[in-house]
Design a protein around this ligand. Structure first.
Ligand code: 2NL
Length: 342
């Protein structure tokens, strides 16, 4: 093969090896094998040579042409192979891969269940803000600045007069400010308290408060609503016990106890109790009372005409009792091995 033909083949080979796509291979093919390409130029030179050199030159030119054509084919095949997906082909008859599906958190579920029960008793649910002012958190609730009861709700302050709510009452005050009785509302949500965390105390927790205001609303109504609620929530017959207590915003106030849901001592004939009820047979389940007239005055209600009751209970605590969760911190640590059980 002539030097010129040799060089041409070498050059074409190196260009084809570097080709990164079919367009580049095609460019090389046109450059060498096209009608006006370099190989055609080589062949056109043959008749101009002395007669004895023509056969060899012609053979060299034709061999170069075939060699480059083969290289072009190889390069095309190499690029096609690289572009083909590797591994097994997808099977379109298989069911689709579904993204993992989450589910409702046990505290949210408990909250929904509670709201459902109160809804059947005529209570609508209302939401409020987690950041509230001193007025809604304390002043309107008959807790003046120097009152020792403030210590019970010591919480996180954002400024002198703005703080994270330590209970759900602010949302209820806001509803009373803009609506007249009769009123039946429940407000669920997150609250904050400065607390040392343990199995039953958290600096963030969920509470549900309720309020009923109207003419002639009395303590008997309060007892009936709470008794019905507890029996529906725990799906069991329950004894309830009201014990005098104190809250600045209710008078009289009571602490409500109910049959221990873990051992049902008292209702089952057993009387020993268990660890959950500290061997008393009773669970301290919520606080309540008749709304203090000072609260009605703060929101502009006629305290001579209207009476009402209010109550508050921990949603996390009810979820723990219902599902026998021994340590409430499990609810908020986000460990899916725990949460997937609900
Ligand atoms: C408890 C007790 C309670 C209330 C909350 C309330 C709200 C207004 C007016 C009067 Cl707007 N009272 N809320 C009343 C009694 C008890 O919660 O032990 N919570 C964990």
């Amino acid at each position: 093969m002539s030097d010129a033909a040799q060089d041409m083949l070498q050059e074409a080979r190196s260009l084809l090896e570097q080709a990164a796509g079919p367009e580049q291979v095609e460019e090389v093919r046109v450059r060498y094998l096209g009608r006006k390409g370099l190989v055609a130029g080589l062949l056109a030179e043959v008749p101009k040579l002395p007669p004895e050199e023509r056969p060899a030159a012609g053979r060299a030119a034709n061999q170069t042409k075939q060699a480059i054509a083969r290289l072009v084919e190889e390069a095309t095949e190499r690029l096609a192979a690289a572009a083909r997906p590797s591994g097994p082909r997808p099977d379109p008859t298989l069911p689709p891969i579904r993204p993992p599906r989450g589910h409702v958190h046990p505290v949210s579920r408990t909250m929904e269940e509670m709201l459902d029960i109160f809804r059947t008793l005529g209570f609508e649910s209302v939401l409020g803000s987690e950041v509230e002012t001193d007025w809604y958190n304390f002043e309107a609730l008959n807790i003046p600045a120097d009152h020792p009861a403030r210590d019970d709700w010591d919480t996180y302050y954002i400024s002198d007069k703005v703080l994270l709510r330590p209970h759900m009452s602010p949302a209820q005050i806001r509803v009373m400010e803009v609506r007249q009785p009769p009123l039946r509302i429940v407000v669920p949500g997150r609250c904050y308290r400065r607390d040392t965390e343990d199995a039953r105390h958290f600096s963030m927790f969920h509470q549900l408060e309720g309020l009923m205001v109207g003419e002639g609303v009395n303590f008997g109504d309060l007892k009936a609503v709470l008794h019905i609620f507890l029996q529906r929530f725990f799906r069991a017959e329950m004894n309830v016990r009201f014990e005098p207590d104190f809250f600045p915003f209710t008078e009289p106030s009571a602490q409500v106890h109910c049959t221990c849901v873990a051992c049902r001592a008292g209702r089952s004939g057993r009387s020993q109790g268990c660890q959950t009820c500290s061997y008393t047979g009773w669970l301290e389940i919520l606080g309540c009372g008749m709304v203090d007239p000072n609260v009605f005055e703060a929101v502009g209600y006629d305290a001579e005409r209207y009476t009402g009751f209010a109550f508050g209970m921990g949603i996390d605590r009810l979820a723990m009792l219902k599902h026998e969760i021994p340590d409430g911190r499990l609810l908020f640590q986000g460990d899916l091995r725990f949460l997937r059980q609900f």
